[in-house]
Design a protein around this ligand. Structure first.
Ligand code: COA
Length: 230
């Protein structure tokens, strides 16, 4: 496996929007964001002075939601803070996991599956997921009796890395290894491209233990911050 350049993970949103996801970026001055139907995640290329927050406000428009993964300085006081949530960024450092036994049961999800994916996200709350989020990468699902009961996919793509995201299983289908199979299959897909898998998790989410058992280890603590533009 090629050497890992972990520096791009310090601000993976900026690295993705300047790199493999440049075609999906909206920019204004020193602010950048995805289209809101794809991801509500934004970044500031230099956030030490208040002017960068004006750039972000103009980019997103009034009373819009901004999610930041990397935010060393806070916005001016007329911005509304919606939440600040502690979490971790993990990178896959384990050996390439054995090929999942049940990979044949997995289906690749596409635009026709989005309504079911949104319904599963609504029930399980794995994190932000929107009508066009699947444009960010490959999304895989597990169907039981035709119904989508689990899914996971690819989100941020800083150069050399792919983030695994939207990992969720319907409550009635948990404990059957669906999440482990989905994550392991995505790790296979990502590493087969010569990239490295990483992911983010809230500090109090029990999924952290599952990720660690699957070969991920904590690289750094992060604070996810949600703001509303003035
Ligand atoms: C985290 C989540 C995706 C796990 O899904 P899952 O398909 O149940 O996961 P798996 O079956 O692969 O593994 C779950 C672990 O819990 C154990 N488990 C056993 N019974 C369980 C049950 N009824 N419910 C949940 N987990 C159970 C499994 O044995 C496994 O532990 P192990 O790795 O030590 O074997 C699921 O709980 C979920 O959707 N949570 C809400 C959304 C979320 O927070 N996603 C993560 C965002 S970062």
């Amino acid at each position: 496996m090629p050497d890992r350049d972990t520096a791009v993970l310090d601000d993976p949103v900026a690295a993705a929007l300047c790199g493999p996801h440049a075609h999906l970026a909206r920019r204004h001055g020193r602010a950048a964001s995805y289209h809101p139907d794809i991801a509500s995640i934004s970044t500031l290329t230099a956030n030490r002075d208040a002017g960068v927050w004006d750039d972000l406000a103009e980019l997103l428009g009034a009373d819009a939601f901004a999610l930041l993964f990397h935010c060393p300085a806070l916005p001016p006081s007329h911005w509304v803070s919606e939440f600040a949530m502690g979490g971790y960024q993990l990178i896959h450092t384990g050996p390439r996991p054995p090929r999942p036994r049940r990979a044949a049961d997995l289906v690749e999800l596409g635009p026709a599956d989005v309504p079911e994916m949104l319904a599963l996200v609504e029930r399980t709350r794995p994190g932000p997921f929107h009508t066009r989020t699947i444009e960010l990468g490959t999304y895989l699902g597990v169907r039981e009796n035709g119904a989508l009961v689990a899914m996971a996919g690819e989100r941020l793509k800083p150069p050399g890395w792919t983030e695994i995201s939207a990992v969720c299983t319907a409550p009635e289908a948990r404990g059957r290894g669906h999440a482990a199979t989905l994550i392991t299959t995505l790790v296979h897909l990502i590493t087969a491209r010569g990239e490295h898998p990483f992911l983010h998790v809230a500090a109090d989410n029990p999924a952290l233990g599952l990720y660690q058992r699957l070969g991920f280890e904590i690289r750094t603590e992060v604070t996810f911050r949600g703001f509303r533009t003035p």
